[in-house]
Design a protein around this ligand. Structure first.
Ligand code: URA
Length: 211
């Protein structure tokens, strides 16, 4: 019985491929579907205690065919309320940076290491990161951007599996699973240290050149 079902699905897919809709079936649709499934799972997730504290999970937003993906740390107060990443003060600065690069915010993809807000915006805990990280791995695998920009220490150290300080990581190219990875300072850090905006701009120029 199971073999019959598998066989008929295989025949159906074969037929679709021959009739020229393979691109829709094998790239676009599964990507949408897998991202939507992961987003629904994150919205119901209770793998760590942050699940009970959130108003909304914040999965990610933007173009799922983006060449550039930004990965931040975790939602803050505004993001938790709206269910969208980087919509508070740091988010407004990130939008300015993206626009200064000559790109529209809706053309990139933006997400975080954690999908739920830690209380009082404290740093993510190692256990929270390890329970949440599969959502991000799915996002990266589905979107496969040309460049990932790690915003701040948590995104960069987690994805690069290193404890090297962000001040030493930033500004140089790294690699995450065959994807070019540029660590830079987090926009919230820039709000406290505006003098370092020029360093972030140097990093963005390297990304623009790569794109
Ligand atoms: N800071 C982050 O790291 N992510 C957000 O979504 C907002 C602020």
């Amino acid at each position: 019985m199971r073999d019959d079902i598998v066989k008929s699905i295989r025949n159906y897919l074969e037929m679709e491929r021959e009739s020229g809709v393979s691109e829709y079936l094998f790239s676009s649709k599964p990507k949408d579907v897998r991202l939507s499934l992961a987003q629904s799972a994150a919205a119901m997730c209770q793998k760590c205690p942050l699940g009970r504290m959130r108003k909304n999970s914040v999965f990610g937003a933007g173009n799922i065919n983006a060449k550039l993906m930004f990965v931040g740390e975790a939602p803050g107060h505004d993001e938790d309320l709206q269910g969208l990443p980087f919509v508070g003060e740091a988010g407004q600065l990130l939008t300015k940076i993206i626009e200064a690069m000559g790109i529209k915010r809706e053309d990139v993809y933006i997400c975080n290491i954690l999908k739920c807000r830690p209380p009082q915006n404290r740093n993510p805990l190692p256990d929270e990161i390890s329970m949440c990280i599969d959502y991000l791995y799915t996002q990266i695998e589905m979107i496969r951007p040309k460049v990932i920009c790690g915003l701040g220490k948590f995104a960069s150290q987690t994805l690069l599996k290193t404890e090297t300080p962000i001040s030493r990581l930033r500004g140089g190219w790294h690699e995450y699973r065959g994807i070019k990875f540029m660590p830079t300072y987090h926009p919230a850090y820039l709000l406290r240290n505006p003098g370092d905006k020029k360093l972030v701009w140097e990093d963005m120029k390297k990304i623009m050149k790569e794109l």
